[in-house]
Design a protein around this ligand. Structure first.
Ligand SMILES: NC(=O)c1ccc[n+]([C@@H]2O[C@H](COP(=O)([O-])OP(=O)(O)OC[C@H]3O[C@@H](n4cnc5c(N)ncnc54)[C@H](OP(=O)(O)O)[C@@H]3O)[C@@H](O)[C@H]2O)c1
Length: 234
């Protein structure tokens, strides 16, 4: 088993996920960069490894249970531990469509990635954390997932998926045993492919704020919602 603490980030070939990997590796973690696309993922991991960071690549499509199970087996065999898990992979497919008139497939595909993806990844990786009685899980959420966001129309599929993910975060935190904490974090409006170029926050800054929770000590809450490193009431 690795002496170094290990971290895994989903959807990490670009955007906030890529920055999370870079910063976790700079903090001294052995980091597993995962991506659904083998070429994009391995190239991203190689770029970081070439700059001297301890980053390796494992393919994982969070909408494919077989792919998640396979990734968990590989990491169990090769690394043998997981200290930090960041569920970052996400899609925003709504465009201008309205919930009640959109192709229902938009809602189904959004839930499949943003909600069921997080559920299946947690199910597959928490046993690895429980083996050592330690883990920090961060689910990348959004202010669109707050209950108050449900009162205005727009982005319906995305909002529901993040609201459900927030509920899952709370329930899972109540179920796990040992020093395992599970948080949902709002990264703010971030200038990635998803957030667009006018967003005020860089992926680098978003990752810094998200990672304040990755090394939280055993004191404090087992779960909950955070923005900019501070608890928020959703
Ligand atoms: N940007 C913002 O303003 C903002 C605000 C609030 C919350 N967030 C959340 O922050 C997280 C990261 O978003 P981002 O802004 O960095 O977006 P992004 O640049 O669009 O990156 C999304 C990442 O998720 C991956 N992904 C999508 N479906 C996947 C699947 N089935 N399996 C594995 N990976 C998958 C993408 O991979 P491909 O390259 O293969 O597509 C990509 O690497 C998301 O959960 C998002 O909802 C973002």
């Amino acid at each position: 088993m690795q002496d170094k603490q290990a971290a895994l980030v989903t959807g990490a070939n670009r955007g906030i996920g890529y920055e999370l990997v870079k910063q976790l590796a700079s903090m001294g973690f052995k980091v597993i960069l995962t991506s659904r696309d083998p070429k994009k993922g391995s190239e991203a991991a190689q770029r970081l490894a070439d700059s001297g960071l301890d980053v390796s690549f494992v393919v994982m499509d969070v909408t494919d249970q077989e792919s998640i199970t396979q990734a968990a087996m590989t990491i169990n065999e090769t690394v043998g531990r997981l200290d930090v898990l960041i569920n970052n992979a996400g899609v925003y497919l709504d465009g201008n469509a309205k919930l009640l008139t959109m192709d229902p497939e938009i809602l189904e595909r959004t839930m499949s990635t943003n909600f069921f993806g997080v559920y299946h990844v947690m199910r597959s990786f928490i046993p690895l954390m429980e083996k050592r009685g330690y883990g920090r899980i961060i689910n990348v959420s959004s202010e669109y997932g707050a209950m108050s966001a449900m009162s205005s129309e727009g982005a319906g599929a995305y909002k529901i998926s993040k609201l459900a993910m927030n509920a899952l975060t709370r329930l899972a935190a109540a179920e796990v045993r040992g020093d395992i904490k599970i948080f949902a974090v709002d990264p703010g409006w971030v200038s990635s492919d998803m957030g667009g170029p006018s967003a005020p926050r860089t992926p680098k800054r978003a990752a810094e704020l998200i990672l304040r929770l990755a090394t939280m000590g055993s004191e404090g809450p087992r779960g909950g919602f955070f923005r900019d490193g501070k608890p928020i009431d959703w």
